[in-house]
Design a binder for this molecule. Structure first.
Ligand SMILES: Cc1cc2nc3c(=O)[nH]c(=O)nc-3n(C[C@H](O)[C@H](O)[C@H](O)COP(=O)(O)OP(=O)(O)OC[C@H]3O[C@@H](n4cnc5c(N)ncnc54)[C@H](O)[C@@H]3O)c2cc1C
Length: 484
């Protein structure tokens, strides 16, 4: 039985951010993840927006943590070599009634402390967002909105936490939790993990894990969001993130700029029961493009190169009533040592560094000694991506290492060296490689590079080709060898 001060269950952005934050202190920490790699849950299927905090009720916990997270993510990105881009958002109004709604949103944002929000008029919009529907008459401008690669954020947080001593166990599902006098046992297929404190950061499954510990006053109901990714040639279709007025349950269908250049439209917001249902639909596509065209008329379905759906983990109180659509982050006094971090729907990606600080505070207030380590490695070397450097630099790199000249993914310009580096940093599946390097994320979706990628993974890890998977057990790609 392995023994830890803290066991974090779930390696999405929330678990990863908490792990990194706690790794500053003299603690033994393990993070358990049921999937083959981190970031395979909600954290891989979202819009990648670092929200400024404009569309959260004033005084909500998620609003407060969003504003803090937006500030903190800048430092985290700098330390971990991530590309965060501050591009600003516009919430657009088409009539006078909508302008008064913008004024309300502005007031709420100011109460939450969102910096520099202002109303802009039609003339401003013509100059700064020329492709916007000419019927738009005003917008709420929040310049601190930004974009980031959501999975690269998770991988960077995990890598840095591991460098600072956290132990990570993947393919390790928490199946049961037993509370003894002053410690817990987390039962998994890989054995029992003993912990003084447990942090439940399991996204869509937070209700089930909480129940294992004896707390069952909330239920997680997924809210599906379908998103459609457009060709990079449309990269500059807008200059900002474009939002309609939000509804009670969602921010509406947006025109999104992404960290990798492809614009995206979506997401829908549909309550579903199945926690594994990430299907997309023709109806969803139609709905999204109809709404997107109201914002930017020449957005077109023919530019779609890929699509996905993500599930927002919405918490329902007593299993029935919406818990105010807010996050549930609390120490469970009835089960001392157990902390729930649940209902982390949007803006959970943005809020993650602030959630991590809040969890550290809870632990400290409940008696865990947080003593700083003599050495905490805050920095991570920025991984190199050929697609983001000038050709003159690429030439120099090839002179140093010929693998940089061996282009594996032609759509996204990813070299054999980047693939090998991704494997060295922990990728074990083809999706893990895609999320880290973008190989297979272009127009051909891996038609050209999948076999080559499999060969590289096999050579680097010693795994036979039949064991190489898309995203873990059950998603093997080839069955065996055909002899002629
Ligand atoms: C369509 C959509 C768009 C969004 N857009 C944005 C956005 O633009 N900006 C923003 O800030 N937020 C956005 N969000 C919200 C954001 O994605 C989530 O808040 C965030 O990813 C939640 O992270 P998490 O770590 O709590 O959950 P997850 O990423 O799901 O992590 C939980 C992990 O726990 C693991 N797990 C579950 N059960 C167990 C178990 N029993 N044992 C071990 N491991 C287990 C899972 O496999 C998973 O890896 C969006 C969400 C959706 C769905």
């Amino acid at each position: 039985m392995k023994s830890y001060d803290v066991v974090i269950i779930g390696a999405g952005v929330v678990g990863a951010a908490i792990a990194r934050e706690l790794s500053r202190y003299k603690l033994s920490i393990a993070i358990l993840e049921k999937e083959e790699e981190p970031a395979f849950g909600v954290s891989k299927s979202n819009s990648g927006i670092i929200h400024p905090g404009t569309q959260n009720p004033a005084h909500s916990l998620k609003g407060k943590l969003c504003v803090q997270g937006n500030l903190l993510i800048r430092k985290v990105s700098q330390e971990l070599g991530l590309d965060f881009k501050e591009i600003g958002e516009l919430i657009v109004a088409f009539n006078e009634e909508e302008i008064s709604r913008l004024q309300e949103l502005k007031r709420e944002a100011e109460i939450l402390g969102v910096p520099k929000v202002k109303l802009v008029d039609k003339n401003w919009l013509r100059v700064n967002e020329p492709n916007l529907n000419s019927q738009a008459i005003a917008a709420l401008y929040a310049p601190t909105a930004g974009i980031i690669s959501p999975y690269r954020l998770v991988y960077a947080l995990c890598e840095n936490a591991l460098k600072n001593g956290v132990e990570m166990y993947t393919n390790t599902k928490a199946e049961n939790i037993i509370r003894n006098d002053d410690y817990f046992e987390v039962h998994t297929p890989k054995g029992i993990f003993k912990a003084k404190y447990i942090i439940n950061a399991t996204g869509l499954f937070a209700d089930e894990v909480s129940k294992m510990a004896g707390i069952s006053d909330f239920r997680i109901r997924p809210r599906k969001g379908e998103e459609f990714i457009l060709d990079k040639k449309r990269e500059n279709v807008t200059n900002h993130l474009i939002f309609p007025l939000p509804s009670k349950i969602s921010k509406g269908v947006l025109i999104i700029k992404t960290a990798d250049g492809n614009p995206m439209v979506g997401p829908t917001a549909e309550d579903v029961e199945d926690k594994e249902d990430v299907s997309t639909t023709e109806e969803g596509c139609r709905k999204i493009f109809d709404l997107a065209r109201k914002l930017v008329p020449f957005i077109n379905e023919s530019d779609v190169i890929a699509y996905f759906a993500g599930l927002r983990p919405v918490a329902l109180k007593d299993g029935l009533r919406p818990a105010g659509e807010d996050f549930i982050i609390r120490y469970e006094d009835d089960v001392p040592g157990f902390i729930n971090v649940a209902g982390i729907q949007s803006p959970g990606l943005t809020a993650s560094p602030a959630i991590a600080l809040m969890v550290c505070d809870i632990l400290k207030n409940k008696g865990l000694a947080l003593i700083k380590k003599d050495a905490f490695y805050s920095e991570r070397k920025k991984p190199l991506h050929l697609f983001s450097i000038p050709f003159s630099e690429t030439k120099k790199l090839i002179e140093q290492d010929a693998d940089y000249g061996d282009i594996v993914c032609r759509c996204e310009l990813v070299s054999a060296k980047e693939i090998k580096d991704a494997i060295l940093s922990g990728a074990t599946t083809l999706d893990g490689i895609k999320f880290r390097t973008r190989a297979q994320a272009g127009r051909c979706h891996g038609s050209f590079c999948t076999t080559r990628l499999m060969k590289i993974v096999s050579e680097q890890t010693g795994k036979p080709l039949t064991e190489i998977t898309k995203r873990g057990k059950g998603s093997e790609i080839v069955k065996g060898t055909v002899y002629s």
